[in-house]
Design a protein around this ligand. Structure first.
Ligand code: TMP
Length: 230
């Protein structure tokens, strides 16, 4: 099968079967390239960002190229969507679902897939598992529906492994520097988010792994590296 040109945006090819582009490249939910696509998840104030930097440093010390991204954000368009999502006074719950999915589609095609294709690792501070937990479960929009909407836009460019920092929601809320619109939700909301992550870890043991967010960051990096077989 011939190689697909990455430069041409996928929407130029109107006859394309959704998903084919990335399946051809081996970037699909369980394809080999996705093994280098790692997502860090958790409630607000769970320490993902600190873990992301420490994990990136460890992988770089082993001679790897590492691209760190965050969601929402990670592209010029995505950073603007981030502001809309987190700083607006009111966002309709369905608008929230679609805006998160929109910035994610932009990120995977503009940054993630090209990085994986050239052999880099990608560490993503949040991914669509946040949408399943926050919008699907805590907002009550439906976990399967939210998963489906996101998977449509991702076309198989999904993290091979998802590490969830499990922290007590009350403690996490206290750790935030400046809570945003969603980070200011109640402890009950945060508990629902954490409950969803725990259920996802049970439902998808091959992909989603819970980590004890109370552990020192270097111990967490060791656990991630071990789970990655490195
Ligand atoms: P952050 O604080 O980790 O940067 O994330 C910003 C907020 O957005 C946080 O409260 C979690 C929330 N969020 C969702 O509700 N759904 C999503 O899909 C993502 C990526 C984040």
């Amino acid at each position: 099968m011939g190689r697909v040109d990455f430069i041409r945006p996928p929407y130029v090819n109107t006859t394309r079967v959704p998903g084919d582009r990335y399946r051809l490249l081996g970037v699909s939910g369980n394809g080999p390239l996705n093994d280098r696509y790692i997502a860090l998840e958790g409630g607000d104030g769970s320490g993902k960002t600190t873990l992301s930097s420490a994990l990136a440093a460890r992988l770089r010390a082993d001679g790897n190229e590492v691209v760190e991204v965050r969601e929402p954000g990670g592209t010029p368009l995505g950073e603007r969507v981030r502001e809309l999502l987190l700083d607006s006074d009111h966002v309709d719950p369905w608008a929230e679902v679609f805006l998160f999915a929109a910035q994610r589609a932009q990120l995977v095609r503009e940054v993630v897939a090209p990085a994986l294709e050239r052999g880099a690792w990608v560490i993503s501070d949040r991914t669509y598992y946040s949408s399943i937990a926050y919008q699907g479960r805590a907002r009550g929009m439906g976990e399967e529906k939210v998963r489906e909407i996101n998977e449509t836009g991702l076309e198989g460019v999904e993290p091979g492994r998802v590490f969830v920092l499990d922290v007590d929601p009350g403690m996490g809320l206290g750790r935030q520097h400046r809570p945003d619109r969603i980070g200011s939700e109640s402890v009950e909301f945060q508990e629902a988010v954490m409950g969803a992550y725990r259920d996802l870890a049970v439902a998808e043991p091959g992909r989603v792994l819970l980590l004890d967010g109370g552990e020192p960051v270097e111990a967490l990096v060791d656990q991630v590296m071990e789970a990655l077989g490195r």
